[in-house]
Design a protein. Structure first.
Length: 111
């Protein structure tokens, strides 16, 4: 009978050991799945944050480009106005010169 009792105890110990190993394997599987989910969540959050930062950078770039375009257009407008003013002054001087020359030519021809 002691041999049967020993075998029974061994079978119980084997069953208990199998149950412990199965439980440990299940816990390890759950831990791997939880870590996998957490990693996916972290990666998704990082992707979202990267997208947000990219959108902010693009918006800032667009804003800076628009400001630069405005500044270039303003400078061009000021130059156009400057050249138009010079053209007008030269035109006025040319007309005055022609009138003066014509009137002095008329007065010279009368004499």
């Amino acid at each position: 009978m002691p041999a049967e009792k020993t075998l029974t105890l061994l079978l119980k110990a084997e069953n208990e050991a199998r149950r412990i190993v199965e439980k440990a394997e299940e816990e390890a599987r759950e831990l791997r799945e939880r870590e996998k989910r957490e990693l996916q969540e972290i990666m998704e959050e990082a992707r979202k944050q990267e997208e947000q930062e990219t959108q902010l950078a693009l918006a800032e770039s667009r804003k800076q480009a628009q400001l630069l375009r405005k500044e270039i257009l303003n400078r061009a407008e000021r130059k156009v106005q400057h050249w138009e003013k010079l053209f007008q002054q030269n035109r006025d001087r040319t007309i005055a010169f022609i009138i003066k020359a014509a009137t002095s030519f008329e007065s010279d021809s009368k004499e």
